[in-house]
Design a protein around this ligand. Structure first.
Ligand SMILES: [Zn+2]
Length: 378
């Protein structure tokens, strides 16, 4: 590798990473996640009574967690999630951030955690009006604009979802994405509630609403698409949009199986905040696809590589000259070494830049504080 990319021949004086019995593979891409939920496995209290539907899951769990986040808990959450991703061989995270009490500077906290541990990251703040109205959305979009890009960081413009923003915010998000030369990252038709909301506003659905308001430039990323029709998916595909399927999340939230994604040209795999072990996510995908009679679920991980190559301007075939210098060496199936952009970030199954047990200790501490604050949020 040279300058973070794969080259055809080793440059003179290049450091060698011996792996005589290892399997070398490209690092995996998690194409939709939420680093802010990284503390959830540390005993997040379950709401009583349990949520009855998708909107209640958002209102009772995630929209209370995100309001309780402060800088320390967000940092601990991100470091924990990034560490687990790298140790599982995931080298690129496409994140969607929301922290209504900490909008300004939240993406810098994420970028810093990603940079420290060495993962490749695509970041955005998901603008929404659901807590404080239009001004909240303006601040979310401004946070996207503020984030500086670097060799390992790209920015997108984020929107939470059609059903939590006005026409004005959708138009503004599209304008900003075109100005920055990037795409929009948004949840689309994850649940039927998003579709019903768009219909109440006079559109055929959230996709049509966002297209009419020019909010989805080419290269935009649509997470979920569970409740889109085959025609809608084909329409989005023809406009150069990406889809991201999140099997474990869709199953857990009981929103359904995204059957129409079989009509998309470009689909990647995401975890939607679950631990970014893409082999585990892919197993869930194959299990759910088989149950749904979907024979087109192969190639989602390859879709993630193509997405990362597009976002970072690299050759499309992983490990080919000109591709991203992101690879994983496995010994007997276990992740041994991980290299991102030519930098070794996992060596012998351990993080190079930090101590995983110290990260876990900080997570436990911050999680306890976070659950306390969350309990005080209605
Ligand atoms: Zn999501």
């Amino acid at each position: 590798m040279e300058d973070g990319r794969v080259v055809a021949a080793a440059p003179r004086g290049a450091r060698l990473l011996p792996c005589p019995t290892g399997d070398i593979a490209p690092g995996a891409v998690c194409a939709h996640t939420h680093l802010y939920s990284g503390l959830a496995p540390y005993g997040m209290p379950k709401p009583v009574p349990p949520p009855a539907n998708f909107l209640e899951i958002l209102r009772k769990v995630w929209w209370r967690l995100d309001r309780a986040l402060d800088a320390e808990s967000l940092r601990a959450s991100a470091r924990d999630a990034v560490a687990r991703a790298l140790l599982a061989g995931t080298t690129t995270l496409v994140d969607h951030q929301e922290s209504p009490a900490l909008i300004e500077g939240s993406l810098s906290i994420l970028a810093e955690a990603c940079g420290e541990l060495g993962v490749r990251a695509v970041l955005c703040y998901g603008a929404t009006e659901r807590n404080f109205g239009l001004e909240e959305a303006r601040r979310g979009l401004a946070e996207c604009r503020r984030l500086p890009e670097s060799e390992l960081v790209r920015r997108l413009v984020g929107l939470h979802a059609s059903f939590t923003v006005s026409d004005e915010t959708l138009r503004e998000a599209g304008r900003l994405a075109r100005e920055l030369g990037t795409g929009v990252h948004v949840h689309v038709a994850e649940d039927g509630a998003d579709v019903e909301d768009a219909r109440r506003r006079g559109s055929a659905g959230p996709l049509e609403r966002m297209l009419a308001l020019e909010a989805l430039p080419r290269g935009s990323i649509l997470a979920h698409g569970v409740h889109l029709s085959a025609d809608e998916v084909a329409l989005a595909s023809g406009l150069g949009l990406w889809f991201v399927q999140n099997p474990r999340s869709n199953e857990g939230n009981r929103v359904g199986y995204p059957a129409a994604l079989r009509h998309a040209k470009r689909v990647a795999l995401g975890t939607d905040g679950w631990e970014a072990d893409m082999a585990v996510e892919e197993q869930a995908l194959f299990r759910l696809a088989a149950a749904a009679g979907d024979d087109r679920a192969q190639g989602r991980l390859a879709g993630g590589h193509a997405l990362a190559a597009e976002l970072f301007g690299a050759a499309r075939d992983p490990l080919a000259p000109g591709s991203l210098g992101d690879l994983v060496v496995r010994e007997g199936g276990r992740v041994c070494h991980v290299v991102v952009g030519g930098r070794q970030v996992v060596e012998g199954g351990r993080l190079v830049a930090a101590d995983a047990s110290a990260i876990t200790d900080a997570s436990r501490r911050e999680a306890a504080r976070l659950w306390q604050r969350m309990a005080g949020i209605p």
